[in-house]
Design a protein around this ligand. Structure first.
Ligand code: ACM
Ligand code: ZN
Length: 558
């Protein structure tokens, strides 16, 4: 009789006899699924990791040291196993190393080819009789490897875990893996945002798109314009439900000081997340117009908006003070946020006021704008603003991102398009050679309900359901619509958590999870790796981890 298949069981029984707690096995099939998990041909080969063992790393490397500390915390959080930081111990059970063996073997010629952002995040995680080795080209890869190791852990209180021998090789499919949080319709505390950044990092996301300004509230402190946040952040009351004309009668507000924004940037960077601030312009500006009514076409007054939906009150394109205002705001924004990308919105800017405004029409004449058969005069006026803003940002070494409306008047090639009204804008942008982030509403708007039976979940926006399987099913590069070269323009994917109907952190996390898990596989995995049944089989352990971390999530899965 061949006893080999029974060996793991025997090991378990033996260990169970002596240890006070269960000894369970790690499972590397985590979410998002690594690019390759080499199956161990001999399942009996396992490394036993126990309380008191060490984590070694290069203590002169601040980032590696931080990841070692994270790993220590995560083992304790998941299992109660207490590891010790032993930077110099070459024989430690867990070893964090910068440098991939594969790179050492490569020829000089191969080395001359620059690495992609994704390759810079690559890591190898090896388990053999000596222990667990995490190797990466850069510290970010060590962090990704550590997250995979963390997610492999059984969620039980124990003092030992069995790690099957393996070699995991991994790197993300897309360089851009984003989540938008709307902190303007509802305000979320710095603590909540930090918790969300932790959850993003758990899922391998690396871009936090921070929606900071809206008709319903301005949330970014601008020191040169102190009234902007002080007064523009507060609405007198909020409509109850979907604009039914009933209001709660309670003032609502909140904004982030620049120090708080810097703290968010710092916290995110330690988790390898870039923070992209969005100042939505020239529409979605009623919060600012409330404070500076001279910047509107009619002169106001403009209350900070108390209903949802799109306001027709927008920045006046013909008033020179508008550009001064935008530059003042974006100048301070660039001082606070080091992100290469700055988002300027550009969506849903009704042109009713511009059509009637003598200043806007005079500006259009001054610029010589006429209908060109494709772009209206007013759309071109918005493009004029986009170009001015883009020059301003480029001079500061930044690139502009805009929603797909920014395509409507023609864009300069350096601008990045975020496609939200389906994929059409993204396809057109990629065909024009623009870089694109895919965030089509029907697949990516996670403010929508995730269960068909809406009575089973708290009330949120209507219209359509965005189930986890719908999120999962999205393919961002659209091979039927784009050539191989055009597909290279697709930087990645983003899911968006708009918050008209999401007033509390618990509900925000409920909406986010587990759909962020589904999005993580869209963002990280190759299409041939994606499989809904496999995803659902791997999900329970991630849900247990959500429980352990203490974040809410939706228990249904459709
Ligand atoms: C958007 O949803 N208006 C970008
Ligand atoms: Zn105007």
């Amino acid at each position: 009789m061949n006893y080999k298949p029974l060996l793991p069981l025997l090991v378990l029984l033996l260990l169970a006899g002596s240890a006070r707690a269960q000894v369970l096995t790690a499972d590397y099939h985590v979410i998002p699924l690594p690019k390759s998990v080499q199956a161990n041909p001999n399942v009996s080969q396992m490394f036993t990791l126990k309380t008191g063992m060490g984590i070694a790393y290069d203590a002169t490397n601040e980032e590696a040291s931080r990841t070692a500390e994270f790993l220590r915390e995560w083992f304790e959080q998941a299992t109660g196993i207490r590891l010790v930081l032993t930077p110099k111990d070459k024989r430690a059970a867990i070893r964090l190393q910068i440098g991939l063996d594969a790179d050492k073997k490569k020829s000089r010629k191969a080395k001359a080819i620059p690495l992609t952002d994704q390759q810079l995040e690559a890591y190898v995680l090896k388990v053999d009789s000596k222990g667990i080795t995490l190797q990466a080209r850069q510290p970010v890869g060590l962090f990704r490897a550590a997250q995979t190791l963390r997610k492999s852990l059984p969620l039980v209180r124990t003092d030992a875990v069995l790690f099957p021998f393996t070699v995991i090789e991994d790197e993300p499919r897309f360089a851009y893996r984003g989540l938008l949080l709307d902190c303007a319709r509802h305000f979320f505390s710095v603590e909540t945002i930090k918790q969300m950044l932790d959850v993003m990092a758990l899922h391998g996301c690396n871009q936090f798109h921070w929606h900071l300004t809206e008709d319903q509230g301005w949330r970014f402190e601008v020191k040169a314009l102190p009234r902007l946040a002080l007064e523009g952040s507060i609405r007198e009351q909020t409509v109850i439900g979907p604009n039914a004309g009933i209001y709660d009668g309670t003032p609502y507000g909140g904004y982030y000081t620049q120090d708080e924004c810097r703290e968010i940037v710092r916290y995110a960077a330690e988790r390898y997340i870039n923070v992209i601030p969005e100042i939505d312009l020239p529409g979605h500006m009623q919060g600012a117009l409330h404070v500076f009514p001279n910047l509107g076409c009619t002169g106001g007054p403009y209350p900070v908006r108390t209903e949802w939906g799109v306001s027709r009150e927008v920045l006046c394109a013909g008033n020179p003070e508008t550009m001064t205002f935008i530059k003042t705001v974006l100048g301070e924004l660039c001082d606070v946020f080091p992100s290469k990308f700055i988002h300027i919105g550009g969506d849903e800017c009704p042109k009713n006021r511009w059509k009637e405004c003598p200043k806007c029409q005079a500006k259009a004449r001054e610029l010589g704008l006429t209908y060109d058969g494709k772009h209206s005069v007013e759309n071109q006026l918005q493009t004029y603003i986009n170009h001015e803003v883009e020059k301003f940002l480029n001079a500061r070494g930044r690139d502009l991102i805009g929603w797909d409306e920014t395509l409507e008047g023609g864009l300069t090639s350096g601008a990045v398009v975020m496609s939200w009204r389906g994929v059409k804008g993204g396809i057109e942008a990629a065909r024009q050679g623009h870089r694109v982030i895919m965030s089509p509403n029907v697949f990516a708007y996670i403010d929508h309900p995730q269960l068909k039976d809406v009575a089973k979940q708290p009330r949120t926006i209507g219209g359509y359901i965005v189930s986890a399987s719908k999120v999962y099913s999205f393919e961002p590069v659209l091979p039927d619509s784009l050539t191989v070269e055009q597909q290279q323009c697709i930087l990645g994917q983003q899911v968006n958590l708009w918050t008209e109907y999401i007033a509390y952190p618990e509900f925000a996390f409920y909406q986010l999870l587990p759909r962020l898990g589904a999005a993580a596989e869209v963002q990280w995995c190759r299409p041939e790796q994606k499989d809904w049944d496999s995803f659902t089989a791997r999900l329970p352990r991630l849900l247990q981890l959500y429980d352990r971390i203490g974040v809410k999530y939706c228990h249904g899965l459709e």
